[in-house]
Structures are given as structure tokens and as C-alpha cells.
Ligand binder design. Structure first.
Ligand code: ADP
Ligand code: MG
Length: 224
């Protein structure tokens, strides 16, 4: 059973008289444990695809299966559950809450899942240790470099041990050194068995991934 199976997914946006085909008949299968780079120009539909994969958005048509479940059949509650248990998200702009420490940021999604305080603190600490930030847990985001903030975001995404990590341009706001560190971290998570989908327009990042797919005007091309 594949972890991700998109069957003929379309996503259309109507703005005034024009319809934008953000996704146009996209089919994609990703097995558990794969690391896939999604490449393509700005506006080609990469983020739209990721939002559907992560159950943040629903397609206009087509079928999407996540971990053997047909997402279109899932209740709101089941969807929220899938989002918080199966998927971890990392975004270009880190999306950390500025008034919370690194540890509190990592803990927050675990709070929503109802994990008791002591347990979730331990999970958050373990996750921050894994990304090399054991000595920065009580820092606020503004006291951290961009690369460190993104590693906090990776720790937050991974703290609840989701099977799928979705990263949308995770190095887009970072200098090349910090970007390489974050990529090394994502590769390590993949080696540990996570399924990783990374969106990028950087061909070098694509080259570092074992599998690449390409978006072009809402269409997915599997060319190598
Ligand atoms: P990418 O992530 O590859 O830059 P996006 O998935 O963000 O591309 O966008 C794909 C296309 O869909 C673009 O033409 C974009 O303008 C359009 N689009 C994305 N979101 C919306 C929206 N909420 N409303 C209207 N058009 C949108
Ligand atoms: Mg995008």
C-alpha cells in the first residue's frame, strides 16, 4: 500500500472570468520510505499539490488516498487527525510562534493531540536534540539564526513521529550553509525511514534526492 496516491487530481481556482488550473490531472504514487523532490517554477502548482497531500486543502476533482484511506471519505475529525498524526509540515518561512521558546513551539502540536504535559515535554526535548538544538531549547525564535529556526520547525514537524514529512521550499529563506544543514537533516530523517516530500525550485537540491518529479503549468511530469 503506497503512502501517497493521487489519482487524476485537479484543483481549479476561479478568479473573475478566468479559471486557473493550479493542478491539472496530477497522478502521483509515493511509497513509504521514499524521498521525493518536487521541482518546478514559481506558480507551477507545487504548493497546491503539497497542501492537498497534507490534507490542508481538497481537490476540485480526482481521488486522493493517504496511508490507504480515501481522503475524500474522511470526516473533518478524521482529516484533522490525519494532519496531526500522519503528516509533519515545514514551510519556507519557518512559521514559529514568536512569543514561544523553541521547546514550547515544538510542544504545541503535541498539546493539540492531547498528549500529557510530561510526555510531550520529553518528546519535544528529544526532537530538538535530534536536530542539534539541545542547547537552544529556551531561546525565542528571534534569538536564533534562520537555520536554527528552520531546525526548530523540523523538530516540531517530527516530534509526533509522523510517517510523512512535507517541506515546502524549506531552504528558500536560508543562506547556502544553513540550507545545506537543513537538507542534511532531511536526508538523515529519510535514512531513518521517514517518507519525505520536498518542494524546491533549486536543481541542486533536486539532484540530492533519490527521486524527482516536475511540475509544469499544473501538470506533473515524471521525467528523470
Ligand atoms: P508554486 O507553489 O509552484 O509556486 P502554487 O501552487 O502556489 O505554485 O500556485 C499554482 C497556481 O495557482 C498559480 O497560478 C497561483 O497563482 C494559483 N493559485 C494558488 N492559490 C490560489 C488561490 N487561493 N486563489 C487563486 N489562485 C491561486
Ligand atoms: Mg509554492
Amino acid at each position: 500500500m503506497p503512502l501517497i496516491e493521487m489519482r487524476h487530481i485537479c484543483k481549479y481556482y476561479q478568479t473573475g472570468d478566468t479559471v486557473v488550473k493550479a493542478l491539472d490531472d496530477v497522478c502521483l504514487t509515493v511509497e513509504e520510505g521514499e524521498m521525493v523532490a518536487v521541482l518546478g517554477r514559481s506558480g507551477s502548482g507545487k504548493s497546491t499539490m503539497m497542501n492537498i497531500v497534507g490534507c490542508l486543502d481538497t481537490p476540485t476533482s480526482g481521488e486522493y488516498w493517504l496511508a490507504g484511506q480515501r481522503v475524500s471519505d474522511m470526516s473533518e475529525r478524521a482529516l484533522a487527525d490525519a494532519r496531526s498524526r500522519t503528516v509533519g509540515f515545514v514551510f519556507q518561512g519557518f512559521h514559529l510562534l514568536p512569543q514561544l521558546t523553541a521547546l514550547e513551539n515544538v510542544e504545541l502540536p503535541l498539546t493539540y493531540r492531547g498528549i500529557p504535559e510530561r510526555r510531550r515535554r520529553q518528546m519535544a526535548q528529544d526532537s530538538l536534540e535530534q536536530v542539534g538544538l539541545a542547547d537552544r531549547m529556551s531561546h525565542l525564535p528571534r534569538e536564533l539564526s534562520g537555520g536554527q529556526q528552520q531546525r526548530v520547525a523540523v523538530a516540531r514537524a517530527m516530534a509526533g513521529a509522523p510517517s510523512l514529512l512535507l517541506a515546502d521550499e524549506p531552504t528558500g529563506n536560508l543562506d547556502s550553509v544553513a540550507g545545506r544543514e537543513v537538507m542534511a537533516l532531511l536526508h538523515r530523517l529519510h535514512e531513518q525511514g521517514r517518507t519525505v516530500l520536498i518542494i524546491t525550485h533549486d536543481p541542486a537540491i533536486g539532484d540530492s534526492c533519490p527521486r524527482r518529479v516536475y511540475m509544469e503549468d499544473g501538470k506533473l511530469k515524471n521525467k528523470q
